[in-house]
Design a protein around this ligand. Structure first.
Ligand code: NI
Length: 174
């Protein structure tokens, strides 16, 4: 099995604004996508990545929020929040599609999520702390939503303009 690091789309890109399709039965292509996405996330490095960020419009996310210690790679197909706590938490979020930009976002402090694993089994788990923020951020990607959509319009436009400039520079080969 050969892993492939896929290139990550940078905002603004229409593929980052579209809702993704549900995954059907787990095929070898979906399994390869999940493994490639983990490899791409670790390489970046980041703690989460959603399929649309590598240009695949499928409901697949990967995560590993362990900073020090044994890695805990997760691949979640068709993830869905089935319960959210009333308690909220504020974290400074970033995104591999919006490099070097960070902002505080308030979200439910804990969420219960159900998903389909690459083994074809259905899972359910309660996430809290950084895992809760990460899973909600990644699920948002599957609905075409970015963390900057939670910010005020001025802050959002400022970040978008910086990203447009970055993309022009990248296109020129800087
Ligand atoms: Ni992101």
């Amino acid at each position: 099995m050969r892993l492939m690091i896929r290139s990550i789309l940078i905002h603004p890109d229409p593929r980052l604004k579209k809702p993704c399709e549900a995954v059907g039965p787990i095929t070898p292509e979906i399994a390869a996508l999940g493994r490639d996405m983990l490899e791409t996330m670790y390489d970046a490095p980041g703690i989460g990545l959603a399929a649309p960020q590598v240009g695949v419009m499928k409901r697949v996310i990967v995560m590993d929020c362990i900073k020090d210690g044994t890695p805990e790679p997760m691949v979640l197909c068709n993830p869905s929040v089935i319960w959210s706590s009333e308690d909220q938490n504020t974290y400074e979020e970033g995104c591999l599609s919006i490099p070097d930009q960070y902002a505080e976002v308030k979200r439910p402090a804990a969420v219960k999520v159900s998903w389909l694993g690459l083994d074809g089994k259905q899972y359910e788990r309660l996430f809290s702390g950084i895992w809760a923020t990460c899973v909600q951020h990644e699920i948002d990607h599957l609905d075409g939503k970015l963390f900057i959509d939670y910010l005020g319009p001025l802050k959002r436009q400022m970040i978008t303009r910086k990203m447009e400039k970055l993309k022009r520079e990248l296109a020129r080969g800087y």
